[in-house]
Design a protein. Sequence first.
Length: 125
Amino acid sequence: MAVVYDPAVTVTPAEVIRLSPRLRDYVGSAMPNWPELVDAADCIRHQLDISQFAWGEACLTMGRKQAAVAVALLAAKPADHFPEGAGAYFLGMVDRAKAGELHLDRSWFALRPKDASRPSTGPVD
């Protein structure tokens, strides 16, 4: 089943880096594209204790872009935000995506500053 998200909510690679700056060290340019961002998420997942299996499941279940956004969401939070660990939380996200109950748009929108407007291009698809 597909991840549930509001198509009106758009996410660009630049916004992902701005709101989840830990990924910045893993991209090769100031204005990364989606493939660079996906590669960065794959690299940083090791720091978050997200297994290769969980990453693969996420990519198959929700697509590579959305899996990268999910990793970026976790990377934007402090480590103590996940009592059971970010890897376990990520697997829960994958399970919710499989059930059609994952709402990345809500989580991403909550991460944005309250006065931020929605970007007009680059939907997560």
